[in-house]
Design a protein around this ligand. Structure first.
Ligand SMILES: *Cc1c(COP(=O)(O)O)cnc(C)c1O
Length: 390
């Protein structure tokens, strides 16, 4: 009998250097937003090759603030993929804006850029922006997307919460990192523990646009300005600051940021490990004819937050794995299928590829500290299921 192991679909990894960094903050004068946040922002911007990075309390807060910065005309719609975490589109609804879901490409599971173009052609003035999601870690071809978006005056806020460390070669054969801001106006990242870098809760936006950067900094802290040269009124003295717009408390604490900086140092090995794990899953999927996310591997570097297979017996497989203490997950039900969306104008929406995808999708355990023996246990269990051994 094989030993039973407990395996989750995602997991953080905390090392002594992470613990030391947090303890150092606890002994310092700052707990909430302070020097560790600026350090993390600088290191992050450098890592992804962007000019600016703004840390947030979480990626949902980052997306909300990002939409507030880019929103030009609330009567115009925002295009979103349905196969994502609800926060990708909720950020528009927070501002009473409207979203329209575009079906996915059944092979890459990312938003179908041809369908995006068709929608824009049919209704050139109806939309203001698009929120593409680098699903499972596979970057959207934002070079191609930007060509389409520019023709119709759309902004791009890339939700790269799955794809830190990912990127692709553009038409000039330059490697473009997710978050570099070459084709996207803003790019968001999450540091929730199931993601690549864990800070407890945390998020980040990167951009190369100085005015977006300043606006984001203000929004995350109540819309308040402390820089004398930017005051609307004459200063009343050294204590004076102004609230210039309605902002939020979306700040990241220094404790979290310290964790982010040490974890960021391990990003490259993290992505390498995830790609090694993915290759083993892919070999298994090929052998057993299970569909999985297929893409041009010479062009794209997948960040592999998730590894998704498609199974005709998904529900049974999920239950079978659970009996063996392997906790797989489903990412995602199409966002518009959630009861809130159904009750609020999306009950007629039907996107065939997204719905077919959802009916079969299952995310296998994928995290960078997943060891070969644990992955073997997962693959052996999958094989048992396939062979009808119960
Ligand atoms: C995790 C995630 C978010 C939200 O991140 P939080 O930091 O938990 O708010 C948004 N979009 C996508 C695609 C995600 O995976």
């Amino acid at each position: 009998m094989r030993k039973m192991m407990n395996v989750s679909y995602g997991k953080q990894s905390i090392k002594q250097e992470d613990i030391d960094a947090v303890v150092e903050v606890l002994k310092s004068d700052w707990l909430t937003q302070g020097p560790a946040v600026s350090q993390f922002e600088e290191a992050f911007a450098k890592k992804v090759g962007a000019k600016y990075a703004v840390a947030f309390s979480n990626a949902t807060a980052a997306l909300h603030s990002g939409f507030k910065v880019l929103n030009k005309d609330i009567s115009k719609k925002v295009l979103v993929t349905p196969i994502t975490f609800a926060a990708s589109s909720n950020c528009v609804l927070y501002e009473s804006g409207s979203v329209e879901f575009v079906d996915i490409d059944p092979v890459t599971f990312n938003i179908d850029l041809n369908l995006v173009e068709e929608k824009l052609k049919a209704n050139p003035n109806a939309y203001q922006g698009i929120i593409p999601v680098d699903f499972a870690g596979l970057p959207v071809d934002t070079e191609k997307l930007k060509q389409i978006a520019d023709r119709y005056g759309l902004w791009i806020m890339e939700d790269a919460c799955h794809a830190i460390g990912g990127g692709f070669y553009n038409s000039k054969n330059e490697f473009i990192k997710c978050g570099q801001g070459i084709y996207s106006d803003l790019t968001s990242f999450s540091f929730h523990p199931v993601k690549h870098i864990a800070t407890g809760e945390g998020g980040m936006i990167t951009t190369n646009n100085l005015s977006h950067y300043k606006h984001l900094m203000k929004l995350r802290s109540h819309g308040m300005e402390r820089e004398v040269s930017l005051f609307e009124e004459a200063t009343h003295g050294g204590w004076y600051y102004e609230m210039q717009e309605l902002g939020y408390n979306y700040r990241m604490p220094d404790i979290n940021a310290a964790l982010g900086t040490t974890q960021l140092k391990r990003l490259d090995t993290n992505i390498e490990n995830r790609n090694v794990i993915a290759t083993k899953y892919k070999n298994f999927a090929k052998e057993t004819n299970l569909p999985y996310q297929v893409y041009d591997e010479k062009k794209f570097l997948n960040g592999y937050h998730l590894f998704v297979i498609q199974s005709d017996r998904r529900r049974e497989l999920y239950d079978y794995l659970k009996l063996q203490n392997i906790y797989s997950q489903v990412h995602y039900m199409p966002v518009y299928k959630h009861p809130y969306y159904q009750r609020n104008g999306f009950s007629e929406v039907s996107l065939p590829h997204a719905e077919k995808y959802y009916s079969k999708a299952l995310s296998l355990p994928m995290y960078h500290s997943l060891t070969p023996d644990v992955q073997e246990y997962v693959i052996d269990t999958l094989k048992e299921f396939n062979n009808g051994i119960r």
